[in-house]
Design a protein around this ligand. Structure first.
Ligand code: GLV
Ligand code: MG
Length: 325
């Protein structure tokens, strides 16, 4: 183990993250009943420029007046290059900061972007005497943000999670797709011809590098990595496949841009009963091994050692926090 200790951010269940446009009061009301682990009230790209002021007012009213039942709440502010962002932070925090858990910062490009918002938030928290410290969710969705991701991840003690904003990322990197998330048929490999000359086409995952890089930057800094939106909300199987790829790589959860995607994400990012049972068995076997002064043992014909304990503990802890909800 390195001498450097990775401090873990505030722990939260974040299997699903529901996006709710701040311009739509009905959607905001409906979201109060959502089973999503985290709900973000959007002031950014789901809100058209003429509606920005009203959306901000709606979000403040929703935070203050609706009954959210202890749900984790976030607000996505506008980007630092807009004229809306300072007022998003000042108005929302001054008027409803004590109801909020997180601020989501879009299109983060450099560590200084995070620093700037941190400075503003710190002043408001101090001036208002808020006891609860607001955490940050950072969307990595530009080439610049991806280039600077490691500095961004450690830019503030408020940082809690990195999110892969696939749509803006595609635009920023000029990827040849107009979809939001999921694979592209042209991103494939061809097998060599078989004896009859037939070749198979295997689709690849064009987001593999970006998500892997984001997982590393997040985990190396004690943050949660999250996969962003999957635009085709009528395609549950496509959502499942994309979410599962992200989960296998280490992501902790995924956005839901439609309420129907929340339960899917909650299910996919929860360990199965079989996985939890196996993790408990590993912990028991290792406890026994420790008593006998052994560092590794065999369980069901497979080697388990001290590293297995950590993997099993992560799994069991996750199951316990899900059960506690
Ligand atoms: C999310 O904000 C995205 O651009 O995908
Ligand atoms: Mg975006």
């Amino acid at each position: 183990m390195s001498f450097t200790v990775v401090e873990q951010c505030t722990p939260r269940l974040n299997r699903s993250e529901l996006a709710v446009p701040g311009s739509n009061m009905k959607f905001l009301e409906k979201a109060t009943q959502s089973p999503a682990d985290v709900i973000f009230l959007d002031l950014e790209d789901a809100v058209a420029p003429p509606d920005k002021d009203q959306a901000r007012k709606n979000v403040i009213a929703a935070l203050n007046e609706l009954e959210w039942g202890g749900r984790t709440l976030s607000v996505r502010i506008n980007g630092l290059d807009t004229s809306y962002m300072y007022r998003d932070v000042v108005d929302v925090l001054e008027q409803a900061g004590d109801k909020l858990d997180l601020i989501m910062i879009p299109k983060v490009g450099t560590a200084a972007d995070v620093y700037a918002v941190d400075m503003l938030v710190s002043q408001i928290e101090q001036a208002k005497g808020y006891r609860k410290r607001i955490g940050f969710e950072l969307i990595i969705e530009t080439a610049l943000g991806m280039q600077n991701i490691h500095e961004i991840a450690r830019a503030s003690a408020r940082n809690e999670s990195l999110h892969f904003g696939v749509a803006d990322y595609a635009a920023s990197t000029r990827a040849r797709t107009t979809g939001i998330g999921g694979p592209h048929p042209e991103y494939h490999v061809l097998t060599d011809p078989d004896e009859a000359g037939h070749r198979q086409r295997h689709w690849g995952d064009m987001w593999h590098y970006a998500i892997s890089r984001l997982v590393v930057a997040a985990r190396a800094n004690g943050l949660r990595p999250l996969d962003g939106p999957f635009g085709n909300f009528s395609d549950a199987d496509g959502f499942r496949a994309q979410a599962m790829r992200a989960a296998v790589l280490g992501c902790e959860g995924k956005w839901a841009i439609h309420p129907s995607q929340v339960e899917l994400a909650n299910g996919l990012f929860s360990p199965s009963e079989a996985e939890v049972t196996q993790a408990r068995r590993i912990l028991e076997a290792m406890e026994q091994a420790e008593k006998e002064g052994r560092g590794a043992v065999a369980l069901d014909g497979r080697l388990i050692d001290i590293a297995s304990i950590k993997q099993a503990q992560v799994m069991v802890k996750k199951a316990e926090s899900i059960a506690a909800r």
